[in-house]
Design a protein around this ligand. Sequence first.
Ligand SMILES: C[S@@+](CC[C@H](N)C(=O)[O-])C[C@H]1O[C@@H](n2cnc3c(N)ncnc32)[C@H](O)[C@@H]1O
Length: 217
Amino acid sequence: MTTHLHPENLALRDKYRLTGWFYDMLDYPWERQYRKWRPGLLEAVRGDVLEAGVGTGHNLAAYPPDARVTGIDLSERMLARAQRRAKRAACRVELVHADATQLPTLSDGRFDWYIATFLYCVMPDALQPAALAEMARVLKPGGRFKLVEILYSKDETIRRRQERMAAFVQRVYGARFDRNTLAHIRAIPNLEITQTSFLKDDTYLLIEGRKTAGTVV
Ligand SMILES: C[S@@+](CC[C@H](N)C(=O)[O-])C[C@H]1O[C@@H](n2cnc3c(N)ncnc32)[C@H](O)[C@@H]1O
C-alpha cells in the first residue's frame, strides 16, 4: 500500500501490528458467538464482493462458492493471518493491503456487495464519511451492503458492563461503542439503509442497505 495514511489510520495500523499477533486468541470468547452469525449473514452474498477490514478472515468460510471476494485490510499482520483461511474458503479470495477510506486501485461500480463486520466501530468518526463514500463509489448501482458493529445498550446492566470494558476495547482493538455510523451512512447521497436489526440484545447492530442509483441487482 503506497497511499498516504491519515494519522488516525497510522495509529490503528500500529495497534493492529501488535494486536494481530494474538487477535484470534484474544477475540475467541466473542468469536464463539460471532461464528454462529457469520453463515446467516453471508449465505446470500454472491458475485463480486468487497470485504473491508477483513481482519484475520473469520468471514471467509461463510461465503458461498460463487462469491468472488476481495478482502482488504489496513494491517499486513491481520492479512497474513487471513491467508490460511483464504486458502480454505469455498470461494475465490484475493487479499489486498489497502485502506478502506481510499481505494484508488478499485474501479467505480465494480462490486455487487460490500461487507464489513466490526470495522466501523473501529474506524474513527472523522474517517467514516471517506470510507462510506468509497463504498458508494465501488458498488454497482443497486449493489448492496451489510455492516455489523457494536453499540452501547440502553439496558443499564449491559451498558455498565460495556463501560467497564470500553477502555480495554479501545486500547486493544481501537473499537468504541459510540460511533455514529448510521448518521454517516444517511449523509451519503447514493446510499439507502433498507433495514437495521440487532443480532443480540440492542448491542450488535446489523445495517443493511444498497446503492440507490440504477437497477437493483
Ligand atoms: C475488529 S477487527 C474485525 C475483523 C473482521 N472483520 C472480523 O469480523 O473478525 C477490525 C479490522 O479492521 C481493520 N481496519 C481498521 N481500519 C481500517 C481501514 N481504514 N481500512 C481497512 N481496514 C481497516 C483492522 O486492521 C482490523 O483488522
